[in-house]
Design a protein around this ligand. Structure first.
Ligand code: CDP
Length: 230
């Protein structure tokens, strides 16, 4: 195995960053399942923070209160989805309005700082596939393989539409297109951990790739990192 992979005695990490609805979550799950590794859906932590603040009636502009909420989250990730303070909230946190609030609270540096250690704690043997916006740039800068997954706005809006409908959440394609452009803008322009490819990331455009083809590309890159070729 490459010396970078085992250099610090830490479990290896593959980071998958990219804009909203680029397929990061699905690809991360597929890669993790092929390798038998753990998964970190870091966006879920921001969604859970936004949802908990919303439920508590906290004004989302109130940075200190939102940060307290982030610090006191009691979270578990199960095969049935995210559990917050003992209740399964998977369906609630996937709603688009929570996604929008998530991108607001994600711009607060105090919230990001509060969630940092929780994210790093996911790095356990035999390995981790971490998906988000800053996995390769901030959370796991030493990851031996970094992917920046992109897709056209149209492909992403269509995917998000199908995903929401399949979960029984109503959606309108035109609203989704506008929302995801606004979210991209907020994620890219924020001062803290903006959405940007790490300098050593491999960019994959999945606009015309199937999920399996995208997973295969990531696995091939991983074989190369390990020196096994593809
Ligand atoms: O599903 P989608 O890609 O739209 O979003 P997500 O991955 O569930 O993340 C929700 C929001 O959290 C994003 O719009 C980002 O603003 C924020 N986020 C972040 O700032 N950093 C991360 N590592 C992951 C998500």
């Amino acid at each position: 195995m490459d010396s970078k992979v085992v250099s610090k005695g830490l479990a290896p990490v593959i980071t998958i960053d990219g804009p909203t609805a680029s397929g990061k979550g699905t690809v991360a799950l597929g890669v993790a399942s092929a390798l038998g590794w753990h998964v970190l859906d870091s966006g879920a932590l921001y969604r859970l923070t936004a949802f908990a603040a919303y439920k508590a009636g906290v004004n989302i502009e109130h940075v200190a209160e939102v940060t307290n909420i982030a610090a006191s989250l009691d979270i578990m990730f199960t095969s049935e989805g995210a559990v917050l303070h003992g209740s399964n909230v998977e369906h609630e946190i996937r709603q688009e309005h929570i996604g929008k609030l998530a991108s607001v609270v994600a711009a607060y540096s105090s919230v990001r700082k509060t969630l940092l250690d929780r994210q790093r704690a996911f790095r356990v043997s035999p390995g981790l596939v971490a998906d988000g916006r800053d996995m390769g740039t901030v959370i796991f800068p030493d990851a031996p393989l970094k992917i920046f997954l992109i897709a056209s706005v149209q492909a992403r809006a269509e995917r998000r539409y199908k995903q929401l409908i399949s979960k029984g959440i109503s959606a309108k394609l035109s609203d989704l297109t506008q929302d995801l452009q606004e979210r991209d803008e907020r994620d890219k322009s924020r001062l803290n951990a903006p959405l940007v490819a790490a300098t050593d990331a491999h960019t994959i455009d999945s606009s015309s790739l199937s999920v399996n083809e995208t997973i295969e590309q990531v696995l091939n890159l991983w074989r190369n990192v390990k020196g096994l070729g593809s």
